[in-house]
Write a protein that binds this ligand. Sequence first.
Ligand code: ATP
Length: 201
Amino acid sequence: MVYKVGITGGIGSGKTAATDYLANTKQIVIVDADVIARQVVEPGTSTLLAIVDHFGEQVLLENGTLNRQYLRQLIFNSPAEKKWLESLLHPLIRQQIIAELKQATSAYAVLVSPLLFETDQHLLVDRTLLIDVPESVQIDRACQRDNMTKEQAQRILATQMSQEEKQQRADDIINNQGSLQQLYAQLDQLHQQYLGFAHHD
Ligand code: ATP
């Protein structure tokens, strides 16, 4: 297996901006936990059937896909249901992450996950990188991008691990308060470092 770097950061921190840059300019393979989380519950999967069986038909949209907003609301109000759903999904997501990382053939591979530390996915990688911005910037950027209200963004933030704890756990930290150019410059430096680690691994 190639050398693996896990990238994390809260909502709107710049994970996608960072991984798009590494994919497009350095040809690094990106395994995206969010994409996989959506794939495992696509229509036709036994996982989606299990969810409908458990929560009822109202968990589906008219087109047969999962009503994520409804589901999010449901588990937000019930720790037991949250636990049920996570114990179904997390092992499947983990399996798929491992399979995709195994197939990666770039100089090193990246796993990008908003819940890298929360779900122990950091154990699947050799090194971790936190994309770090103050909460106020996270909220502004997430609202601008998704048309979210400040309250919605704050609620999501409140469910994520604190910035301080992530800072303590991460091997590397990029401060993404500045411009995209400044983000890219920091990534250029880390990329060189990761090539070195991959080479000696
Ligand atoms: P999520 O977990 O919510 O999907 P994310 O961590 O992937 O978020 P991005 O989508 O990369 O975050 O960034 C959030 C928004 O902020 C995007 O619209 C992105 O273009 C913008 N953005 C990211 N970094 C910067 C920056 N340094 N300067 C200006 N805008 C930025």
